[in-house]
Design a binder for this molecule. Structure first.
Ligand code: T3D
Length: 256
């Protein structure tokens, strides 16, 4: 059985982690398949990506039964398995929505936080589980959670191991919406379709600019904005956006 499944609905590619018996815990094989799924997401006609989990979990981080002897080279495993997954999410010039349907723990939490936005089912929970087993956060957890929550709250939370409810995650700004369980799939599909109908090129470049802004000074940021705006001004979506405005109609963006 595939550990990662993909499905298409128009311009939306849904990537489902598929180890429901263990709340979609990561294995080396799952990472390999996940990176393959993100390659599929690079196709021109994919304009938004949803990542979610099969069953009642989103992803609970490393499969602890796979650790064993392999734990001795944890840095090598992180470099070989985890880092390519994170780079695939951040490097994709399209919006990636985490549809957090249940527990997101350990590296599963880091993975959700690496996505461009998070939608939570009422049953979702967020657990910085690393500390509960005596580890430091990885898979970019310290990078992404600090940016989302600020250093003080991020440190306090990630060293407490406390399980956060979906409602608390909304209050903290970790997720953008909490959705009742029965409406979750339909609402995620609706939002993903909205993202897929937006000017994909401009979204991808905005993602690149936000990434660059994390470490850049103002002059370097202004320079990249000018460069990417120059690259975007020739796009079909810019022409359509301006024409639609002048003709007082809704734009139909093609992502080109
Ligand atoms: O390898 C490397 O390169 C290092 C990388 C490390 C990165 C990491 O992610 S370290 C952190 C690893 N994750 C955890 O420590 C989380 C462990 N899980 C939990 O704390 C709890 O499962 C949750 C709080 C997330 C959810 O609790 P609950 O009560 O909703 O579910 P449960 O009953 O604990 O779990 C359901 C099943 O999934 C259960 O199996 P069973 O009893 O039905 O046969 C449980 O053992 C299994 N499961 C949950 N998490 C993991 C897991 N199996 C393997 N690995 C897991 N991480």
């Amino acid at each position: 059985m595939a550990e990662v499944e993909t499905s298409r609905d128009g311009g939306v590619l849904t990537i489902t982690l598929n180890r429901p018996d263990v709340l979609n815990a990561f294995t080396a094989e799952l990472h390999k398949q996940l990176v393959g799924a993100f390659k599929e997401a690079r196709a021109d006609d994919v304009r938004a990506v949803v990542v979610t989990g099969a069953g009642r979990g989103f992803c609970v981080g490393q499969d602890l039964t796979e650790f064993g002897e392999a734990a001795k080279d944890i840095a090598g495993r992180l470099r070989g398995n985890y880092h390519p997954t994170i780079r695939a999410v951040r490097g994709l010039e399209k919006p990636v929505l985490a549809a957090v349907n249940g527990p997101a723990a350990g590296a599963g939490l880091s993975f959700a936080c690496a996505c461009d936005l998070r939608l939570a089912a009422e049953s979702a929970t967020f657990v910085p589980a690393f500390i509960n087993i005596g580890l430091v956060p990885d898979m970019g957890g310290t990078f992404f959670v600090t940016r989302l929550l600020g250093p003080a709250r991020a440190f306090e939370w990630m060293t407490s191991g406390r399980r956060l409810s979906a409602a608390e995650a909304l209050e903290w700004g970790l997720v953008s919406e909490v959705i009742p369980h029965d409406a979750f799939e339909a609402r995620v599909a609706e939002l993903a379709a909205e993202w897929a109908a937006r000017p994909t090129l401009a979204i991808g470049r905005t993602k690149q600019l936000f990434e660059h802004a994390q470490a850049a000074g103002l002059e370097a940021q202004l320079a990249l904005e000018a460069e990417l705006q120059q690259a975007t001004v020739g796009s079909a979506d810019f022409a359509e956006g301006v024409n639609a405005f002048l003709e007082k109609r809704k734009p139909e963006f093609t992502g080109t």
